[in-house]
Design a protein around this ligand. Structure first.
Ligand code: 13P
Ligand code: SF4
Length: 326
Protein backbone atom coordinates (compact mmCIF):
# COMPACT_ATOMS: atom_id res chain seq x y z
CA UNK A 1 0.00 0.00 0.00
CA UNK A 2 1.31 3.44 -0.84
CA UNK A 3 1.67 5.93 1.93
CA UNK A 4 -0.44 8.99 1.09
CA UNK A 5 0.67 12.54 1.81
CA UNK A 6 -2.58 12.93 3.79
CA UNK A 7 -1.37 10.40 6.35
CA UNK A 8 1.91 12.29 6.75
CA UNK A 9 0.13 15.63 7.04
CA UNK A 10 -2.22 14.22 9.68
CA UNK A 11 0.64 13.57 12.14
CA UNK A 12 0.23 15.88 15.13
CA UNK A 13 3.37 18.10 14.98
CA UNK A 14 3.56 18.16 18.78
CA UNK A 15 4.05 14.36 18.93
CA UNK A 16 7.41 13.16 20.21
CA UNK A 17 7.99 10.67 17.40
CA UNK A 18 10.93 9.00 19.16
CA UNK A 19 8.76 8.32 22.23
CA UNK A 20 5.80 7.21 20.09
CA UNK A 21 7.93 4.79 18.11
CA UNK A 22 9.33 3.36 21.35
CA UNK A 23 5.78 2.95 22.74
CA UNK A 24 4.44 1.36 19.55
CA UNK A 25 7.44 -0.94 19.36
CA UNK A 26 6.51 -2.50 22.69
CA UNK A 27 2.79 -2.56 21.89
CA UNK A 28 3.37 -4.26 18.52
CA UNK A 29 6.12 -6.59 19.79
CA UNK A 30 8.27 -5.14 17.03
CA UNK A 31 11.97 -5.17 16.34
CA UNK A 32 13.56 -2.33 14.37
CA UNK A 33 16.30 -3.27 11.91
CA UNK A 34 18.24 -0.53 10.10
CA UNK A 35 20.94 -0.31 7.45
CA UNK A 36 23.93 2.04 7.79
CA UNK A 37 22.72 4.13 4.83
CA UNK A 38 19.60 5.32 6.65
CA UNK A 39 19.28 8.84 8.04
CA UNK A 40 21.03 9.21 11.44
CA UNK A 41 17.67 9.50 13.28
CA UNK A 42 16.57 6.17 11.85
CA UNK A 43 19.87 4.49 12.64
CA UNK A 44 19.53 5.74 16.21
CA UNK A 45 16.09 4.19 16.82
CA UNK A 46 17.17 0.76 15.57
CA UNK A 47 17.46 -2.28 17.81
CA UNK A 48 19.94 -3.62 15.33
CA UNK A 49 22.08 -1.74 12.82
CA UNK A 50 24.02 -3.66 10.20
CA UNK A 51 24.97 -4.56 6.66
CA UNK A 52 22.79 -6.64 4.34
CA UNK A 53 24.05 -9.98 5.66
CA UNK A 54 23.86 -9.04 9.35
CA UNK A 55 20.34 -7.67 8.86
CA UNK A 56 19.15 -10.90 7.24
CA UNK A 57 20.68 -12.87 10.11
CA UNK A 58 19.14 -10.50 12.68
CA UNK A 59 15.68 -10.89 11.12
CA UNK A 60 15.94 -14.63 11.48
CA UNK A 61 17.17 -14.41 15.08
CA UNK A 62 14.36 -12.06 16.19
CA UNK A 63 12.24 -15.00 17.36
CA UNK A 64 10.19 -13.06 19.90
CA UNK A 65 9.18 -10.31 17.48
CA UNK A 66 5.81 -10.34 15.73
CA UNK A 67 6.65 -7.33 13.58
CA UNK A 68 9.82 -6.21 11.80
CA UNK A 69 10.06 -2.51 11.02
CA UNK A 70 12.69 -2.53 8.30
CA UNK A 71 14.61 0.70 7.83
CA UNK A 72 16.35 0.02 4.55
CA UNK A 73 15.29 -0.66 0.98
CA UNK A 74 12.74 -3.01 -0.51
CA UNK A 75 15.00 -5.98 -1.29
CA UNK A 76 16.22 -6.00 2.32
CA UNK A 77 12.69 -5.99 3.79
CA UNK A 78 11.68 -8.63 1.25
CA UNK A 79 14.63 -10.79 2.31
CA UNK A 80 13.43 -10.51 5.92
CA UNK A 81 9.96 -11.65 4.81
CA UNK A 82 11.40 -14.60 2.84
CA UNK A 83 13.21 -15.68 6.01
CA UNK A 84 10.39 -14.87 8.45
CA UNK A 85 7.07 -15.54 6.66
CA UNK A 86 5.08 -15.51 9.91
CA UNK A 87 6.12 -12.02 10.87
CA UNK A 88 4.59 -8.79 9.64
CA UNK A 89 7.35 -6.92 7.82
CA UNK A 90 6.80 -3.21 7.21
CA UNK A 91 8.91 -0.81 5.14
CA UNK A 92 8.22 2.93 5.74
CA UNK A 93 8.35 3.82 2.03
CA UNK A 94 7.47 1.09 -0.48
CA UNK A 95 9.21 3.09 -3.24
CA UNK A 96 12.58 2.56 -1.53
CA UNK A 97 14.04 0.46 -4.34
CA UNK A 98 17.56 -0.10 -5.65
CA UNK A 99 19.10 0.50 -9.08
CA UNK A 100 20.76 -2.92 -8.94
CA UNK A 101 17.51 -4.75 -8.18
CA UNK A 102 15.82 -2.85 -11.03
CA UNK A 103 18.63 -3.74 -13.45
CA UNK A 104 17.91 -7.46 -13.33
CA UNK A 105 14.25 -8.42 -13.86
CA UNK A 106 13.47 -12.10 -13.17
CA UNK A 107 12.48 -13.04 -16.72
CA UNK A 108 15.80 -11.71 -18.06
CA UNK A 109 17.85 -13.62 -15.49
CA UNK A 110 15.83 -16.73 -16.31
CA UNK A 111 16.60 -16.34 -20.03
CA UNK A 112 20.32 -15.74 -19.31
CA UNK A 113 20.39 -18.84 -17.19
CA UNK A 114 18.60 -20.95 -19.82
CA UNK A 115 21.15 -19.81 -22.40
CA UNK A 116 23.97 -21.04 -20.09
CA UNK A 117 22.71 -24.33 -18.61
CA UNK A 118 26.18 -25.41 -17.44
CA UNK A 119 26.72 -22.25 -15.33
CA UNK A 120 26.07 -21.68 -11.62
CA UNK A 121 24.03 -18.52 -11.02
CA UNK A 122 25.25 -16.35 -8.13
CA UNK A 123 22.99 -13.37 -7.45
CA UNK A 124 23.75 -10.39 -5.23
CA UNK A 125 21.23 -9.91 -2.42
CA UNK A 126 20.38 -6.54 -4.06
CA UNK A 127 17.70 -8.23 -6.18
CA UNK A 128 13.98 -8.97 -6.00
CA UNK A 129 12.57 -12.21 -4.56
CA UNK A 130 11.52 -13.21 -8.09
CA UNK A 131 15.08 -12.75 -9.35
CA UNK A 132 16.50 -14.62 -6.35
CA UNK A 133 14.18 -17.51 -7.22
CA UNK A 134 16.15 -18.05 -10.48
CA UNK A 135 19.48 -18.27 -8.65
CA UNK A 136 21.62 -21.09 -7.22
CA UNK A 137 23.30 -18.89 -4.64
CA UNK A 138 22.68 -15.47 -3.10
CA UNK A 139 25.63 -13.47 -1.77
CA UNK A 140 26.16 -10.15 -0.03
CA UNK A 141 29.26 -7.99 -0.26
CA UNK A 142 30.30 -9.42 3.16
CA UNK A 143 30.34 -13.05 2.12
CA UNK A 144 30.64 -12.90 -1.69
CA UNK A 145 34.17 -14.32 -1.76
CA UNK A 146 33.14 -17.25 0.42
CA UNK A 147 30.16 -17.94 -1.80
CA UNK A 148 32.29 -17.87 -4.98
CA UNK A 149 34.82 -20.19 -3.30
CA UNK A 150 31.97 -22.59 -2.45
CA UNK A 151 31.17 -23.02 -6.17
CA UNK A 152 33.11 -26.01 -7.56
CA UNK A 153 36.13 -24.81 -9.56
CA UNK A 154 35.07 -26.68 -12.70
CA UNK A 155 31.70 -24.88 -12.88
CA UNK A 156 31.48 -21.57 -14.77
CA UNK A 157 29.64 -18.71 -13.01
CA UNK A 158 26.99 -16.21 -14.06
CA UNK A 159 27.07 -13.26 -11.66
CA UNK A 160 24.20 -10.73 -11.40
CA UNK A 161 23.36 -7.91 -11.14
CA UNK A 162 26.41 -5.83 -10.02
CA UNK A 163 29.16 -5.83 -12.66
CA UNK A 164 31.57 -3.91 -10.40
CA UNK A 165 31.26 -6.32 -7.49
CA UNK A 166 31.42 -9.19 -10.01
CA UNK A 167 34.62 -7.87 -11.62
CA UNK A 168 36.23 -7.38 -8.20
CA UNK A 169 35.26 -10.93 -7.18
CA UNK A 170 36.54 -12.36 -10.43
CA UNK A 171 39.89 -10.62 -9.87
CA UNK A 172 40.28 -11.41 -6.15
CA UNK A 173 39.03 -15.01 -6.40
CA UNK A 174 40.83 -15.70 -9.69
CA UNK A 175 37.63 -17.02 -11.33
CA UNK A 176 36.28 -16.29 -14.79
CA UNK A 177 32.73 -15.02 -14.47
CA UNK A 178 30.09 -13.75 -16.88
CA UNK A 179 28.75 -10.47 -15.48
CA UNK A 180 25.32 -8.90 -15.68
CA UNK A 181 25.63 -5.19 -16.62
CA UNK A 182 24.01 -3.65 -13.48
CA UNK A 183 25.46 -0.86 -11.35
CA UNK A 184 24.68 1.05 -8.17
CA UNK A 185 23.79 4.65 -9.02
CA UNK A 186 25.61 5.84 -5.90
CA UNK A 187 28.85 3.87 -6.06
CA UNK A 188 29.39 4.45 -9.78
CA UNK A 189 29.58 8.23 -9.25
CA UNK A 190 32.87 8.36 -7.33
CA UNK A 191 35.61 10.10 -9.27
CA UNK A 192 39.08 8.55 -9.47
CA UNK A 193 40.49 11.92 -10.52
CA UNK A 194 39.05 13.80 -7.53
CA UNK A 195 39.88 10.98 -5.12
CA UNK A 196 43.52 11.08 -6.28
CA UNK A 197 43.56 14.85 -5.72
CA UNK A 198 42.20 14.37 -2.18
CA UNK A 199 44.74 11.62 -1.53
CA UNK A 200 47.62 13.86 -2.56
CA UNK A 201 46.27 16.58 -0.25
CA UNK A 202 46.12 14.00 2.57
CA UNK A 203 48.86 11.45 1.85
CA UNK A 204 48.38 9.95 5.32
CA UNK A 205 44.71 9.09 4.59
CA UNK A 206 43.58 5.56 3.81
CA UNK A 207 41.05 5.06 1.00
CA UNK A 208 38.40 2.52 2.01
CA UNK A 209 35.89 1.52 -0.67
CA UNK A 210 32.80 -0.62 -1.13
CA UNK A 211 33.15 -3.26 -3.88
CA UNK A 212 30.16 -1.73 -5.72
CA UNK A 213 32.57 1.08 -6.75
CA UNK A 214 34.09 1.09 -10.24
CA UNK A 215 37.43 -0.61 -10.86
CA UNK A 216 39.11 2.78 -11.35
CA UNK A 217 38.35 3.55 -7.68
CA UNK A 218 38.85 0.04 -6.30
CA UNK A 219 42.38 -0.19 -7.72
CA UNK A 220 43.31 2.92 -5.70
CA UNK A 221 41.76 1.62 -2.45
CA UNK A 222 43.88 0.47 0.49
CA UNK A 223 40.94 -1.57 1.75
CA UNK A 224 37.82 -2.94 0.02
CA UNK A 225 34.86 -4.36 1.92
CA UNK A 226 31.16 -4.32 2.79
CA UNK A 227 29.75 -1.50 4.92
CA UNK A 228 30.36 -3.41 8.16
CA UNK A 229 33.92 -4.26 7.12
CA UNK A 230 34.65 -0.62 6.21
CA UNK A 231 33.32 0.40 9.62
CA UNK A 232 35.46 -2.19 11.38
CA UNK A 233 38.52 -1.06 9.42
CA UNK A 234 38.04 2.59 10.42
CA UNK A 235 37.50 1.64 14.09
CA UNK A 236 40.44 -0.78 14.33
CA UNK A 237 43.08 0.77 12.06
CA UNK A 238 45.99 2.75 13.53
CA UNK A 239 45.51 5.40 10.85
CA UNK A 240 43.72 8.64 11.73
CA UNK A 241 42.41 9.77 8.34
CA UNK A 242 40.11 7.94 5.94
CA UNK A 243 38.53 8.71 2.59
CA UNK A 244 35.29 6.74 2.55
CA UNK A 245 33.99 5.58 -0.84
CA UNK A 246 30.50 4.38 -0.05
CA UNK A 247 27.09 5.89 0.73
CA UNK A 248 27.63 8.72 3.20
CA UNK A 249 25.13 7.38 5.79
CA UNK A 250 27.87 5.06 7.10
CA UNK A 251 29.80 8.07 8.41
CA UNK A 252 27.27 8.47 11.23
CA UNK A 253 28.20 5.15 12.84
CA UNK A 254 31.90 5.60 11.95
CA UNK A 255 31.92 8.93 13.81
CA UNK A 256 30.15 7.39 16.81
CA UNK A 257 32.47 4.39 17.03
CA UNK A 258 35.69 6.20 16.10
CA UNK A 259 35.23 9.84 17.26
CA UNK A 260 38.96 10.59 17.06
CA UNK A 261 39.23 9.70 13.36
CA UNK A 262 39.08 12.24 10.52
CA UNK A 263 36.72 11.11 7.78
CA UNK A 264 36.26 12.48 4.27
CA UNK A 265 33.43 11.52 1.94
CA UNK A 266 34.98 10.33 -1.32
CA UNK A 267 34.26 12.99 -3.97
CA UNK A 268 32.13 12.43 -7.06
CA UNK A 269 32.34 14.07 -10.50
CA UNK A 270 29.21 16.12 -9.80
CA UNK A 271 29.36 19.64 -8.44
CA UNK A 272 29.08 20.84 -4.88
CA UNK A 273 25.89 21.87 -3.06
CA UNK A 274 25.45 25.39 -1.70
CA UNK A 275 26.72 24.28 1.71
CA UNK A 276 29.97 23.16 0.10
CA UNK A 277 29.24 19.45 0.44
CA UNK A 278 28.19 17.06 -2.29
CA UNK A 279 24.93 15.14 -1.89
CA UNK A 280 25.74 12.67 -4.65
CA UNK A 281 26.99 10.03 -2.20
CA UNK A 282 23.46 9.70 -0.79
CA UNK A 283 21.25 6.87 -1.99
CA UNK A 284 17.95 8.49 -3.01
CA UNK A 285 16.10 5.23 -2.33
CA UNK A 286 17.47 4.79 1.19
CA UNK A 287 16.66 8.40 1.98
CA UNK A 288 12.94 7.95 1.14
CA UNK A 289 12.42 6.54 4.63
CA UNK A 290 11.86 9.18 7.29
CA UNK A 291 11.08 9.20 11.00
CA UNK A 292 7.48 10.22 10.19
CA UNK A 293 7.01 7.33 7.76
CA UNK A 294 8.61 4.93 10.25
CA UNK A 295 6.11 6.08 12.89
CA UNK A 296 3.16 5.57 10.50
CA UNK A 297 4.45 2.14 9.47
CA UNK A 298 4.55 0.99 13.07
CA UNK A 299 1.21 2.63 13.91
CA UNK A 300 -0.71 1.25 10.89
CA UNK A 301 1.40 -1.85 10.14
CA UNK A 302 1.52 -0.68 6.53
CA UNK A 303 3.07 -0.74 3.93
CA UNK A 304 3.58 -4.49 4.36
CA UNK A 305 5.80 -6.81 2.39
CA UNK A 306 3.76 -9.72 0.99
CA UNK A 307 5.20 -12.57 -1.09
CA UNK A 308 3.43 -15.41 -2.83
CA UNK A 309 4.25 -18.60 -0.88
CA UNK A 310 5.50 -20.61 -3.86
CA UNK A 311 7.82 -17.75 -4.88
CA UNK A 312 8.99 -17.33 -1.29
CA UNK A 313 10.01 -20.98 -1.08
CA UNK A 314 11.94 -20.77 -4.35
CA UNK A 315 13.73 -17.60 -3.26
CA UNK A 316 14.48 -19.15 0.14
CA UNK A 317 16.57 -22.01 -1.30
CA UNK A 318 19.56 -19.95 -2.59
CA UNK A 319 19.29 -17.67 0.44
CA UNK A 320 19.47 -20.65 2.82
CA UNK A 321 22.45 -21.98 0.88
CA UNK A 322 24.22 -18.68 1.53
CA UNK A 323 23.25 -18.55 5.21
CA UNK A 324 24.46 -22.12 5.75
CA UNK A 325 28.00 -20.80 5.16
CA UNK A 326 27.63 -19.00 8.48
P1 13P B 1 26.27 -3.94 2.45
O1 13P B 1 25.71 -3.17 3.59
O2 13P B 1 25.89 -5.37 2.53
O3 13P B 1 27.73 -3.71 2.31
O4 13P B 1 25.59 -3.43 1.10
C1 13P B 1 25.55 -2.16 0.70
C2 13P B 1 24.37 -1.90 -0.15
O5 13P B 1 24.40 -1.91 -1.32
C3 13P B 1 23.13 -1.62 0.48
O6 13P B 1 22.32 -1.10 -0.44
FE1 SF4 C 1 20.93 0.07 -4.26
FE2 SF4 C 1 23.13 1.55 -4.43
FE3 SF4 C 1 21.10 2.44 -3.00
FE4 SF4 C 1 22.50 0.34 -2.13
S1 SF4 C 1 23.24 2.41 -2.36
S2 SF4 C 1 20.27 0.53 -2.16
S3 SF4 C 1 23.05 -0.64 -4.05
S4 SF4 C 1 21.10 2.07 -5.20
Amino acid sequence: MERSDDALLSIDPSLDLFAEIERLKVERKAVILAHYYQDPDLQDIADFLGDSLALAQAARKAEEAKVILFLGVHFMAETAKILCPDKTVVLPDPEAGCSLAEACPPEKLEAWREAHPEHVVVTYINSSAATKAHSDWICTSSNARRVIEAVPKDRPILFAPDKNLGAWLSKTCGREMDLWPGTCIVHETFSERKILALMSEHPDAELVAHPECEESVLRRAHFVGSTSKLLQRVVESDRRKFIVATESGILHEMRKRAPDKILFEAPTEDGLREDGTCGCQECPYMKLNTLEKAYLALRDLEPRIEIDEDLRRRALLPLERMLSLG
